[in-house]
Write a protein that binds this ligand. Structure first.
Ligand code: OKP
Ligand code: ZN
Length: 342
């Protein structure tokens, strides 16, 4: 399997996040992608290729122009104020407030985010832009005939909505790739999100559309981030009614429950008959993940890849989460090897 990868992800390295009342080093760190790349090489998965730059147009198909302008320019505004710490939001337009766009940098940061988990550093825009190009380049390889490809994206993307960053995500790599398939002639694309967290950004982007089926297996939002989306009764709206499938699972879920949910998701995807499948590949379902509560073990990822392969669809894997850094390469590449071996 071809892997697309850019070293630019190193340009994004948030210093810390607030967790359990303490400032801790960001779990979403550069070594994550380095470990996955090393495992790709160790297992001789296939060629590793740098991305082509397809420019902003395919990103603008998913993200609003004002959001992109804000994100691209935020660091320069912060530096002009004489600051060099990570730029983080602290105030959001929650229920009783107004969804206006203030003039101030911090006001705008609150407007364009939904949590305090997406720090902007000097290199964040460049890293996120390159991650989107990695996804687009993998999509192009498949348009040129590859049956599968692996977009080793970092930072991840599935929490990012059209005009919101959050949950370590800025640009929705999987959504951008899905739209590229459609723009090049696909009639239907399915996105299977196997990350431990619900892909609220991806769901919101395609919620009222029938040309993208979104199916997600994740920690029940009643107890898990992102808390405010990802419930089973969210089935799509308008023309998109019936094209959103959430499969929330209880804390402690292991392969028996998880694999049953995967079977349901795969049956829905097969019935949809997509022209292409995109897998939002997070491996934070692993039993040792430091911020998650599922109990998958490394061999389970082989079975995950095998089941996905049995769909028989052109499949683009897009890297999302996974924070057990030592095992992230083994688990992510196990999915790809399971897929190829099936
Ligand atoms: C990203 B992905 C605040 C952050 C709260 C955010 C988890 C984001 C997971 N300190 N936690 O889906 O793996
Ligand atoms: Zn996650």
């Amino acid at each position: 399997m071809l892997t697309l990868y850019s070293d630019d992800h190193h340009l994004h390295h948030g210093r810390c996040e607030l967790i359990d009342g303490e400032l801790k080093p960001c779990f979403e760190m550069p070594s994550r992608a380095d470990h996955v790349l090393q495992r790709v090489k160790d297992q001789a998965l296939g060629e590793v290729r740098a991305p082509t730059d397809f420019g902003r147009a395919p990103i603008e198909r998913i993200h609003s122009a004002d959001y992109l302008a804000f994100f691209e320019g935020a660091w320069a505004r912060w530096a002009k104020l004489g600051k060099d710490g990570d730029l983080l939001p602290f105030t959001w337009p929650a229920r009783t407030l107004r969804g206006v766009l203030p003039d101030s940098l911090h006001g705008q940061l609150g407007y364009y985010s939904f949590d305090g988990g997406a720090p902007i550093t000097a290199g964040t825009w460049r890293a996120a832009y390159s991650a989107a190009q990695v996804a687009l380049s993998a999509q192009r390889a498949m348009a040129d005939g590859a049956r599968s490809a692996f977009a080793l994206c970092r930072p991840p993307g599935h929490h990012a909505a059209s005009d919101l960053m959050g949950g370590y995500c800025y640009l929705n790599n999987a959504a951008i790739a899905a739209q590229a398939f459609l723009d090049q002639g696909a009639a239907r694309v399915a996105i299977l999100d196997v990350d431990y967290h619900h892909g609220n950004g991806t769901q919101s982007i395609f919620y009222d559309r029938a040309d993208v089926l979104f199916a997600s297996i994740h920690g029940d939002p009643r107890f898990e981030f992102p808390f405010f989306l990802g419930y089973a009764d969210e089935t799509g709206a308008g023309a998109g009614e019936g094209f959103n499938l959430n499969l929330p699972l209880a804390a402690g879920s292991a392969w028996d429950a998880w694999g049953a949910a995967l079977e349901s998701a795969c049956q829905r995807i097969a019935a949809y008959a997509p022209d292409a499948l995109i897998v939002s590949l997070g491996v934070d379902t692993f039993k040792e993940d430091p911020i998650s509560q599922f109990k998958l073990d490394s061999p389970d990822y082989l079975r995950m890849g095998e089941r996905i392969a049995r769909l028989g669809k052109p499949t683009l894997f897009v890297m999302e989460g996974g924070y057990a850094v030592a095992e992230i390469g083994i688990n992510a590449v196990n999915v790809l090897e399971g897929f190829e071996g099936a």
